[in-house]
Design a protein around this ligand. Sequence first.
Ligand code: UDP
Length: 312
Amino acid sequence: MSKKILITGGAGFIGSHLADFFIKKGFKVSVLDNFLTGNINNIKHLYNEKNFELVEHDITKPIRFKDKIHYILHFASPASPIDYLKLPIQTLKVGALGTHVCLGIALAHKSRFLLASTSEVYGDPEVHPQPESYWGNVNPIGPRGVYDEAKRYAEAITMAYHRTHKIETRIVRIFNTYGERMRLNDGRVVPNFITQALKSKPLTVYGDGSQTRSFCYISDLVEGIYQLLFSRITSPVNMGNPIETSILEFANIIKKLTGSKSRIVFKKLPQDDPKVRQPDISMAKKAFQWYPGVKLDDGLKKTIEWFQQNLK
Ligand code: UDP
């Protein structure tokens, strides 16, 4: 009998890639989504799979499942800084109430629970690169605080259920990830720059572009999450690509790969925008030899191709 896996936010960018991955591995996959930021087009191709089901539901509200659920991956959440501004309360609720509901299901079904956490728990970091042992530098009342604090709470309640109810839990702290199915207009740097470059519009660099990020291709992340789920590590694990670039450099990479003649323009840096970000991934490397193998240029080429097909 196939094991059943529930993926909240399964119609989102990362969630839908996880759904594909676990269907291919022979699992029964239940995608749960309320389509606030998820997209039906990300999962339509799975409708004919006998092991696939879609549950349209808001995970902040209780829900019961009859059939045994073996694994829960909690990936539901708005995930772009623009979304946090538009959907601050939903962002807080899905991290807090949504995680609580998932843990309740995990308790009832004796499921293993994996939380999608984030590099945002480190805030604007004063330690670089960021190891899991760093407690972070978050502004709780700033515009990003709704996401950062929701995820920090989610980690706290996950560990509380693990310690109190002995639930098997895993926590992945995901750093910037990119690839096919990112929302075209979600406002993050990858969709923005690619869309702007393809439409010959100016690339909007915020601040002077000296802030850094480290970009991981989706297939590397999905493989890492799979490894983590079946590892024995209950403390948070960073996942991301440790190769760091400045945002200005990144704009030039996108220009080169798209062959675009777009100009680069500088706009105001959003409040609390982290100045640096790079994962220390020694824990994942040591525990299950995980290391992202897809080169930035290769991942971006595939992503650009997908944007070309999907931009109107
Ligand atoms: N950024 C930018 N231009 C854009 C969108 C984002 O310069 O059009 C910058 C943003 O200020 C941040 C970095 O790119 O420093 C990554 O932003 P993103 O929204 O992708 O996610 P974050 O890593 O901040 O969560």
